[in-house]
Structures are given as C-alpha cells and as structure tokens.
Design a protein around this ligand. Structure first.
Ligand SMILES: [Zn+2]
Ligand SMILES: [Zn+2]
Length: 368
C-alpha cells in the first residue's frame, strides 16, 4: 500500500492552497480565494482519514511496536522516505520524519497524514502568525550595518530561502513542592556623636511553596539545537489549536524523533530551578541579605502534551560551519549567530541569557 500524501486544493479552481500566517486562513495560489481552516478540514475529512489509516496499517504491523514507517516506498539506505506528488506524480524523497513539505517540481504544498496517526498525533498546533515577509525583514535588518558579514549571509536569494517549519515539542506539566531555609541578615547602622555602630541581626527563614506548571516546552526533534529553540521562547499557548494538518500547507513539518522520556530531564531541571528561584524570591524582601541554606524539592510529573510550534529558520554554511537563524513564528522573537570576533560573540550570548531566563517564568501557568 502506498503512503498517501495530500495536497489541499482550492474548491473553486483546484489550485494549491497554502496557510496564510497573516489572516490565519487558507488561500489559493491561483485564483486568490480564501477559506476558513474549518471549511477545508470538513472537505478533506474523509480523504485524510483514509490517508492516515493507510500509513497506520503498516505501523501497527511493524515489529516491537516501534514507530517506524517501513511501508511501500520504504526507507532507502540513508533512512529517507519516498512519496509521489499527487499533483504532478513526481517522486519526492523526504527525510523519515518529514510530515509536510512542498514538491520541488510543481511547487505544491504536500502533507503526509500518516506521520500524525495514532500516538503520533499531536495534541495541538500553534499556527504561524509571522509571514515569510516578516522573517525576511527581520533577517535583513539583523544583517544590516554589518559590513564585514560574508556575502553568503546577506545575499537576497539566500535570505529568500528562509523556511517555515512546524517543530515538534513536548509540553510537560507537573508540580514542584519546595521546602527551603534561608540565612538572612538585617543590618542597622547607628551614629552616635563620634562613633558608628553597626548592628547585624541574623535570621533563619523557612518557606514552603508549591508551584504547578502546565507547559514546560522541550523540542522533540534531534535536528533542532536545544539552545536555539529555548532562546526563541516564550510561545503563547493560549493560541494553540486542536491539531489539524490544514494549518500546514506551505510550511515544512517534522514529526518527533525524540520520545518524551528522552527530553523530560531538561524539563524536570527547568521546573525545579524555576520553583526554587520563585520560592526564594518570596524570602528576601525586607532583609539586607538572604542566602539559601538548604532546600528540598519534590517533583511530581504531570501530563505530557505533544505540540507543533511555528519557527522560521535559515541555515547558512560558511567556512565549514553551519550558522542558524531562528525566529519564533508566532511572536517574531529571533536569534541567530554570525561569524564574528570572539569578544563580540560573548557579548551576544550574554545578551540572550536574560531572555532565556525570563522565558521560563512566562512558560509557567499557575493554578490558584
Ligand atoms: Zn483557486
Ligand atoms: Zn509535484
């Protein structure tokens, strides 16, 4: 059985549809008609179910319950996967985790529904809000005023290659109970006629707090550098939609290739250190100094959700090294690296350290 891939076609003229980040709707490349995501979902419901199931039949037969896609078309030696384009019939060679792409021959956006069947089905998708024009503009202004930048970066044709990717993320929930003690001091300075008396009072403080968190993100793709993905946080998860492939045409998408257990340690650490610093933040007020004397942190892991989050990416190869630019496809926050002097690089990384820390707090959602 062939792996099926789907092209969303315009109900008016059968031209290819793409998801438009600005309007949040699907728009036709040929006649310009615009459709609500729900309309197109309804139209394609049967088609998608069949395509997902076609992939699933083989998944369920695969050995040891592993999620590999070894059906017709199959892997080639490099672990790639081939599909045939529903529009022009050309053979598409994709990475094994590719879930949405566009045909290199006819240019039509294609989606591989079987990549989202059963356990592989994301809970949420966060649609793109930043358009390609926004990403190109951000890149141009980032490169502007850097006269020493190699041409490989600032070349217009290269900048136009920026790609919108739905990156797989695990979102971890849970609770941290923190029991902390602090050594604090209060210093009073008294002035008498000809002497100054410094009086230091010592306190031992005890604080107990519970921090619930809902969605600590960790990217689920081995190809994405973790630090880069962390740096473009936060995402506003209130805009997440129930998963649908109708948000994908025109973008690339990957399914996860790292299980939630592979990445959850990062989320655990983040939860613990955030809870610790939040509880510590309640202790210092009114004291001259306050340091942590001891802490007991107890983590209870909660629900894990699977989400696809929007990222604009551009990779530039220069002097044997890859430089990556990434922009949050929802908020426009971006990060990139350039071949620059060491001193300047350090300043740059010091600059991003703060937003990363701030992002953690925003990623948490607290319950009463
Ligand atoms: Zn049309
Ligand atoms: Zn094609």
């Amino acid at each position: 059985m062939a792996t099926q891939i789907t092209n969303y076609q315009c109900p008016a003229c059968t031209g290819p549809l793409h998801f438009d980040a600005q309007s949040g709707k699907l728009s036709c490349d040929y006649c310009g008609s615009v459709f609500e995501v729900q309309e197109i979902e309804a139209l394609y419901a049967d088609n998608l179910q069949a395509a997902e199931a076609a992939g699933a039949t083989v998944n369920e037969q695969s050995a040891e319950g592993t999620w590999d896609f070894s059906q017709d078309g199959g892997w080639d030696d490099a672990g790639m996967k081939s599909y045939s384009c529903p529009s022009c019939g050309a053979e598409l060679i994709c990475d094994a985790t590719t879930a949405a792409t566009s045909c290199p021959y006819c240019g039509n956006p294609t989606v591989v529904p079987a990549q989202f069947h059963g356990l592989l089905r994301p809970d949420y998708i966060l649609p793109f809000k930043q358009s390609k024009e926004d990403a190109v503009r951000a890149l141009r202004s980032y490169y502007k005023g850097k006269p020493l930048l190699p041409r490989a970066f600032a070349d217009n044709n290269h900048i136009e290659e920026v790609k919108g990717v739905y990156v797989p993320f695990w979102l971890f929930g849970g609770r941290v109970e923190a029991d902390m003690t602090f050594n604090a001091t209060r210093v009073h300075v008294h002035r008498h006629s000809n002497e100054t008396v410094t009086e230091t009072q010592h306190f031992q403080l005890h604080r107990v707090g519970t921090v619930d968190f809902d969605r600590i993100p960790a990217d689920a793709s081995s190809k994405m550098p973790d630090a880069l993905m962390d740096a473009i946080e936060p995402f506003d998860y209130s805009e997440c939609k129930k998963f649908s492939t109708a948000y994908m045409p025109g973008f690339l998408a990957e399914r996860y290739d790292m299980a939630s257990d592979d990445v959850r340690e990062r989320a655990d650490k983040r939860a613990m250190s955030t809870a610790s610093s939040m509880v510590a933040g309640t202790a210092g007020a009114g004291y001259s100094s306050c340091t942590v004397a001891g802490q007991k942190l107890r983590l209870s892991r909660g629900k894990v959700k699977y989400a696809l989050l929007p990222v604009w990416m551009l990779s530039t190869r220069y002097a044997g090294k890859n430089y990556i630019f990434a922009m949050n496809g929802q908020t426009g926050k971006f990060i990139g690296d350039l071949p620059i002097s060491k001193g300047r690089a350090l300043a740059w990384f010091a600059g991003i350290a703060a937003p990363v820390a701030a992002a953690i707090a925003v990623a948490l959602q607290f319950f009463g």
